[in-house]
Design a protein around this ligand. Sequence first.
Ligand SMILES: [Ca+2]
Ligand SMILES: [Ca+2]
Length: 406
Amino acid sequence: MRLLALAATVSAVTLAAACGANGQDAARPGDPVETRAANAPDQQPAFAGQTRAPGVRTEVALAHTVVASGLEEPWGLALLPDGRWLVTERPGRLRIITAEGAISEPVAGLPAVDTQGQGGLLDVVTGPSFGQDRMIYWSYAEPREGGNGTAVARGRLSDDGMRVESVEVIFRATPTYAGRLHYGSSLAFASDGKLFITLGERSDAPMRPQAQDLASHMGKTIRINADGSIPSDNPFVGRAGALPEIWSLGHRNVQGVAIAGDEVWTIEHGTRGGDELNFDRAGLNYGWPDVAYGIEYRGAPINAGVTAREGTTQPVYYWDPVIAPGGMTFYEGAMFPGWRGNLLVASLKEKHIARLVLENGEVVGEERLMTDIGERVRDVAVAADGAVWAITDETNGKLVRLAVAN
Ligand SMILES: [Ca+2]
Ligand SMILES: [Ca+2]
């Protein structure tokens, strides 16, 4: 619970609102940053503060700098120990970008990807022993006989950074499906070297119920060892009919995961009015598609609008209307000491970075950062100096640095 203790120290500072130095609309201190009408106005949160947390303001002025542009739908962002960035482009290219903005040629040696719909080359992370073995891990939509599916591969980044070597696929989500949507998939290593992989349920009506099916990887959070083997202490190991890689179930489309100590947090695209932040724990059921906030995108209630059921776990937080969350990270940097233990969430639809202040496992404050970017924010990460870096999901996508204004 290291994270929660840290978070408790910052909220008192940040709750004292200042003027809108970061481009937000001026609101009264403590007013929620979300002012639009809810899509499901009749639904009530399960506890106070589960949605529309009090607005908070960072008192120092921030500014973003465009470091690189011309990236085609960048999806994943990961820091290398030398300060350069690994950036994926959804059409299937991995590039290395220096902190000064020099963009490399595509790294050679990655397997082919299926770029239909939301598919392609997706997240990337460095391995837990990158300093010794230079291993990197990436997720992608894998073209398969009869359709496609989310896969995770790893390989050694060559000394010159030009190619990946000894590439092996360490995880394949099943079943294969001929669809275009909801591949997940974000990646993060826990401090014990276990790899967490988040998956979508492929969206279409026949696939949706598989989020509750332990014989399917759809709509699950996955936990494996770095070599792809299955940890013996996974929650469903030994249960007949259950896939042993599964960590948790009942997710819709999870494109963000962040780990602090041994706490795994995931963020998922809900339907209209149901984006969720979850404290993602072993063996728990997060409800989809039986229990959900919000409504269908076409307008109908989801399962008669049921928002709670015994045996399912509530989200820590939800957004109605949605922000469409991409990647997220915990902030532990030096540049903004008041943010330590906060979550930074990339917002695609609403084009900002959401800062969530956590206290005792609940969200007690929300701020919208970089609201002047005007582009869909796909992923977010923190550099060694504590500056926040992000990529924008556009045909002319950008790598940007958000820091204290000069
Ligand atoms: Ca990511
Ligand atoms: Ca849920």
